[in-house]
Unconditional design. Structure first.
Length: 354
């Protein structure tokens, strides 16, 4: 009897122990479920909304930051519904800019150099999807910008900027013929400008000088015909003016100067002196009155010494034949203005290029 009691008690102890383990195990699982690991707290600043002035053309800007508090992106909402994005580097410079229309079509995409200002690649599209501007980085490090006429097919200009500061811009007519080429050795240097006729032949070259500009005119065969020398000045309001001071006429070879005309300062483009260079090396020099008649004439030998001299009376009316068209600067239509007019006003697209 006692054995049965002990045996029963032993079974009870084991049962109680087993139940206790199950209870404790359940409590442990319940504790794990009710107390998950704490969620890390984000240190990333909230986006900042900036309302923009109406004059900027923008409605608002959303500034987006990373965990360090550095602005990494700016989203721009324009008043007309377009949307823009600025992707920023850690130093705050702009790395990339993208603009889409309110319909979601790409309009502008630009990538910038380390300065955040110089465009090194990108494109600008018109509303019809045609290419307006294309920017490319060349293998030699130069930046090439190609601008197209309103049709998006014909090239209007090619601008090449090199790392050493030298640059060249070439303009083309809609027909494809060469129009104007500008080149400079440095970024801030005045450009040499060459103009071409509709057949693509060189017409004139404008060469900057220390005091103004020399304009060299060419014949149809490509030889130099004559050169005009102008001085340039600005008044107190910034208005620039040119004054013709000298004209040199060239022989058929385009190199030998056959006559030089020095202009009077009376503001009427009258000749003050002429130098006629002879084949034998002598020079005939004439001085003129304001009415164009010769007042004095002398002949210089090969060494520049006066060998003959003569004065003329006013009533003798001695003159020298001069083509006055040599005294006026050729009109040159601005290619950029022509492009802008045809780009913005379809009416002008039938206009003849210069």
């Amino acid at each position: 009897m006692t054995g049965k009691v002990l045996k029963t008690a032993t079974y009870a102890v084991f049962a109680i122990a087993a139940l206790s383990m199950l209870f404790l195990s359940g409590c442990s699982r319940q504790t794990q479920t009710q107390n998950p690991p704490p969620t890390p707290v984000s240190t990333k600043p909230a986006d900042r909304i900036e309302l923009m002035p109406t004059s900027s053309g923008e409605h608002l800007r959303r500034h987006i930051f990373d965990e360090s508090g550095t602005e990494v992106e700016t989203q721009i909402q324009y008043i007309n519904g377009d949307r823009g994005w600025l992707r920023l580097r850690g130093d705050g410079t702009v790395a990339e800019y993208k603009l889409e229309t309110k319909q979601g079509k790409l309009k502008i995409q630009r990538s910038f150099a380390a300065d955040g200002k110089t465009v090194v690649a990108g494109k600008e599209l018109r509303d019809d999807g045609s290419t307006k501007i294309l920017v490319e980085s060349m293998p030699d490090g130069a930046i090439k910008t190609t601008t197209y006429w309103f049709d998006g097919t014909h090239v209007f200009s090619i601008d090449v900027r090199r790392a050493d500061g030298s640059n060249e811009t070439t303009f083309f007519r809609r027909s494809g013929s060469l129009w104007i080429r500008k080149s400079a050795a440095k970024a801030d240097a005045p450009a040499v400008e060459e103009s071409y006729d509709k057949a693509g032949k060189l017409e004139l070259r404008r060469q900057p000088t220390a005091t103004g500009v020399d304009v060299l005119h060419f014949r149809a065969d490509g030889t130099a015909s004559y050169k005009q020398s102008f001085t340039e000045s600005s008044n107190q309001w910034g208005y620039k003016s040119k004054t013709l001071i000298q004209v040199e006429e060239y022989a058929e070879d385009g190199k030998t100067v056959k006559r030089k005309l020095e202009m009077s300062d009376n503001g009427r483009n009258d000749v003050r002196s002429s130098y006629n260079y002879q084949a034998d090396g002598t020079t005939i020099v004439r001085r003129f009155r304001d009415d164009g008649t010769v007042e004095h004439e002398e002949v210089l030998d090969r060494d520049g010494k006066v060998s003959k001299s003569k004065d003329y009376k006013e009533d003798e009316k001695v003159t020298e034949s001069v083509d006055r068209s040599l005294f006026y600067e050729s009109y040159q239509r601005d290619p950029v203005q022509s492009w802008q007019m045809q780009e913005n006003y379809p009416y002008y697209r039938n206009a003849d290029d210069n």
